[in-house]
Each structure stands twice: as structure tokens, then as C-alpha cells.
Design a binder for this molecule. Sequence first.
Ligand SMILES: [Fe+2]
Length: 307
Amino acid sequence: MTTVYFDPTFTDEERRQHLYNGQLVVFSPCKSSLAFCEFAKELVQEAFAPLDPETAQFDLPVEKYADILQKLKPTFIHHPESKKHLSAILEESGCDLGKTYYEVPKLRSSTSSDYLTTGIAYAWHPHRDTWFAAMPCQINWWVPIYPLKPDNALTFYPQYWSAPVKNSSSGYNYYTWNKQHRGGHVSQYLKQDPRPVPKATEPLKLEPEIRLLPPVGGMILFSAAHLHASVPNTSGVTRFSFDYRTVHLDDIAAKRGAPNIDSACEGHMLRDYIRATDQSHVPEKYFALYDDGSEANGKLVYEPLRA
Ligand SMILES: [Fe+2]
């Protein structure tokens, strides 16, 4: 059973435990999340000016559109203001900043009507982030920048929290992936995206599903082990959202987190997270707890493209 908690008053520790048990948490917009949304919206508007970002796709050739995103997304990721806003949200949400590490915030776009669903605007099929080497204690925070609709939202498949899915994660090594496919220009993938990402290899029962529609600046928190996807966007407008992922040092040290029921990927993302207080990396001594011997296979750390 999946419970959705709205504005719970849990401590951060209680909240993490509920998330590791497959529950979902939704927060109403708060001062810092609204400020981050406002900042993100300004960047998005600037990038598409004079067009309205929600409908710009209908006025631009897809090559030009992908080009705009290819500059906009790294600008968002690397902007010093993004890190400040993110730390402010974590603080306002009751996280212990000295022990909370995050992965750089990502700006996402989901265009309507199959306009661009590959490369820089990849339309996410049902997946668990743990198939992609996310830590078992990784928590995803997902925030809409423009009002959501049921047909452009994020969706969850709660029946698979405890039911394994046959999938292709065993062919995925995080370090090899970083070396071969990340940090480069992906605007070349306009029609198809041949990059081999982990997917379900058996038919999925996609009902029931949970589509949560918080208002702009509201936050959906979920475990990296939850099966989730982008709803194929038929809403007539492009959806813009941002998300980031956190891990807590105590959980890293104790190897706490969601159970792994079906991921067989190699490598881990532990070297990618930075501390909310000073952007230092997770101390090296913890890597060995998760290393699997594939560390020599590629690039250990994901380096997002710079605009
Ligand atoms: Fe995901």
C-alpha cells in the first residue's frame, strides 16, 4: 500500500524512513521553493523570449528548440543561485544541511504531442532511478515551475514498489555511461535516442497509477526506488519542472534506504553528491561500502555540460 502524505510534520529522519518504505510525500509551496521557481521561470522565459515557453514549441523548428534547451539546462544547473535556492529549500524543509548532500538540480521539459521526446528533452519511460545507479537512500524532490495538468505530470506505479520488474539494468554501468553518454551535446538526438538506458523488459501493468498535481512550487518527494515515469504529454503545453536528489550521510554510513528488489546495474553515484553547507563531496571512506569493483570502467563522476 502506498500512502501519500500531504504537508506531514515528520522530522527529516521520520520522513526519510517513510520514503524508504515506499510512501510519497507532497509539500505545499513554501517561501524558498517559490523563490526557486520564480528564478527558474525567469531563466526559461529569457531563453524563449519573446515566445511563451509553454507554447514556444509550436513556433520553433525542433532543431532551434533543442538548441535553446541545450544552453538553458546547463545554465540552470551551474548557476550559483540554483545552489543557494536549493540549500534554502532543504533548510526550510527541516533537513540537517551538514549531513545532507545533493546532486545538482536539473531543469526538465516535457513537450506536448511528441514534438521532442529524445535527447535534451527525453520523455521518461517507467523506470526506477536505482536502475541507473542511484543510491538506495536517494530521495528525489520534484517541483513544477508552471501549473501541472494530469496529462503532462509525473506518474507513479505503486504496485511495483514491492514487485520486481524484469529490466535491462544489468547492462548498465554508471561509470561507462558517464564516459560514453553524459556531459556532451545531446541535441543531435532529435528523432531517436539510441543511448541504451535501462528499461522494463516485460509488459507492465500501468494501472493503477498515481499522478500528483501540486501547485507551482509544491514538492513531490519519493524514493529513487519507486517506479515512475513522465506521462506522455498530450496537454497542448510544454511542462517545465526541476528536480534534485538528496542523500543523508547517516543513511549512507548505515547502508539504510529502500530495498533493492530488481536492480542489477553496476557502479554508484555516491561521488556525485555535494554537501548543502559547503558543496564538499561525500567523504571518500564511504565509497568502499558501495564499490563493486567496476570503478575502473569509466568516469566516476558525472560532469554536467557547461553552457
Ligand atoms: Fe527518474
